[in-house]
Design a binder for this molecule. Structure first.
Ligand code: ASP
Length: 280
């Protein structure tokens, strides 16, 4: 059993030791809680549980504490992929909910599994999801100071391998910050979140670059075709170089290997297979 999580990029505007230590501690605590959960739950249940914890932690740009878009609203995107059934579900740009990953989880049972905007919100309300404002004062201050040049990439993600050998991936984001309303993040696409019986990948970084490089899908396909996870990830991230693509990935392969990599300094992550490791 293995679990790996990320909390997006540690942006240059935040390079103070206090924030770094807070993120290290939060990721450590959450990966440990996720691993404990994995001992008695499936990979799919575990990635939802763990991403919920990440969404609830306001140090990260997902759920509570998400970025505010250019029109002053927060819109959340999240997706879930079950490597066992090969089903993908997600919500794109949903407003006023606490845990978008839980709505992606509910959608797994439906034929229409990726919903956006109003339709996603209506689905959530009809399924008993309460109104919740994910804004925190710090994000409003940043928005009001129009810090659009300091994109804070703090999306969250989780990949888990359970006791049955099944993989699952989940990713959740508040987006890039200051984006045009209607902009679609990679996080609720198969470029940003993908898994099958061979590997699971969750991405963070600039969504447009991740979609252009079809990052998660390519890595998983390469592993499926026999490439080791590390080589598949490195090759895929190398292919972003011609356009200076900005991306980070976490992954687990069915043979039990962890991998994390990024194109720019630096993604924050933690893993656990009994032993906890955290970014430095
Ligand atoms: N990938 C996310 C997006 O472009 C941002 C992030 O990873 O922090 O919406």
């Amino acid at each position: 059993m293995k679990i790996i999580i990320h909390g997006g990029f540690f942006s240059e505007s935040q390079t103070n030791q206090e924030v770094k230590h807070a993120k290290q501690q939060a990721l450590k605590d959450i990966v440990q809680a996720g691993y404990k959960y994995l001992l008695s739950h499936t990979a799919l249940e575990t990635v939802v549980y763990t991403v919920c914890l990440l969404e609830d932690c306001d140090l990260f740009n997902a759920g509570t504490g998400s970025q505010i878009q250019s029109d002053g609203k927060i819109r959340l995107s999240a997706s879930l992929m079950d490597g066992k059934t090969q089903k993908f579900s997600g919500v794109i740009n949903i407003e006023d909910v606490k845990n978008p990953i839980c709505i992606a989880e509910k959608l797994m049972a439906y034929d229409d599994r990726v919903l956006s905007g109003k339709g996603a919100k209506e689905f959530a309300t009809n399924n008993g999801v309460a109104y919740y404002n994910p804004e925190i004062p710090q994000r409003r201050r940043e928005y009001e100071q129009k810090l659009s040049d300091s994109i804070r990439l703090g999306t969250v993600g989780c990949v888990a391998l359970d006791v049955y050998g099944n993989l699952a991936a989940a990713t959740s984001t508040g987006g890039k910050g200051f984006e045009i309303p209607g902009r679609v993040s990679d996080s609720a696409t198969t470029a940003g979140n993908y898994a099958n019986g061979f590997a699971g990948i969750s991405c963070t970084g600039v969504g447009e670059d991740i979609v252009s490089g079809s990052v998660a899908t390519k890595i998983v396909t390469r592993v499926t075709d026999g490439m080791p996870l590390s080589a598949a990830s490195d090759k895929t991230l190398d292919e972003l170089k011609p356009f200076d693509g900005f991306a980070g990935i976490i992954g687990i392969s069915a043979d039990g290997n962890f991998y994390h990599a990024d194109t720019h300094p630096y993604m924050v992550w933690a893993s656990c297979d009994g032993e906890v490791e955290v970014f430095d």
